[in-house]
Write a protein that binds this ligand. Structure first.
Ligand SMILES: NC(=O)c1ccc[n+]([C@@H]2O[C@H](COP(=O)([O-])OP(=O)(O)OC[C@H]3O[C@@H](n4cnc5c(N)ncnc54)[C@H](OP(=O)(O)O)[C@@H]3O)[C@@H](O)[C@H]2O)c1
Length: 145
């Protein structure tokens, strides 16, 4: 069996975040669920230092409310810098960020914001793995509408 680890999930209540939490808990890990509803704001930094105490790994699946390029870029770059800064102080050893397949082919919109997200994440002091996922099934209904 895998060793029990303390893992923080940023965006723990989201479409993907809630499944990440479920899988980690089923694997016996100690999960710190981070979202504004649990008092942790990765953009403003509120509650981040306390949440990351003793955490070994952070999985970043947080996203802001706006898909517009400028707002999304501001969200992701601020969150990435804060996660690195607070994570470094807390002794976090690695981070995983969920991105989107093919985002580097976009020069505008949300895809470009994801490229900026990846870039700032990969530039920080903590080793980061980028996992590019396909669009989730929930978007089919939105597209049809
Ligand atoms: N959806 C897709 O099809 C898809 C595909 C590939 C990759 N991705 C990537 O996967 C990630 C998650 O996407 P999603 O669709 O699961 O997002 P989502 O359902 O909109 O969930 C966003 C999460 O972020 C949290 N959040 C928002 N602002 C926050 C803040 N300032 N501080 C802390 N937490 C905050 C939200 O909780 P609160 O509101 O309580 O703070 C929520 O838990 C994103 O990076 C996205 O680009 C998504």
């Amino acid at each position: 069996m895998e060793a029990r680890r303390k893992i923080a999930v940023a965006g723990a209540t989201g479409r993907v975040g809630r499944h990440v939490v479920e899988v980690l808990e089923a694997g016996g890990h100690d999960v710190v669920a981070m979202s504004r509803s649990s008092g942790v704001d990765v953009v403003a930094g509120d509650g981040l230092a306390e949440a990351l105490a003793g955490v070994e790994c952070v999985i970043d699946v947080a996203t802001g409310s706006s898909p517009e390029q400028e707002a999304a870029t501001e969200f992701f770059t601020a969150a990435a810098r804060n996660l690195h800064e607070a994570g470094k102080r807390a002794g976090v050893r690695r981070m995983v960020v969920v991105s989107i397949i093919g985002c580097d082919r976009f020069t505008a919109d949300y895809g470009a914001a994801k490229v900026a997200h990846e870039r700032v994440m990969l530039a920080g002091p903590i080793p980061v793995a980028v996992l590019r996922a396909a669009q989730f099934h929930e978007f089919v209904a939105q597209l049809v509408e």
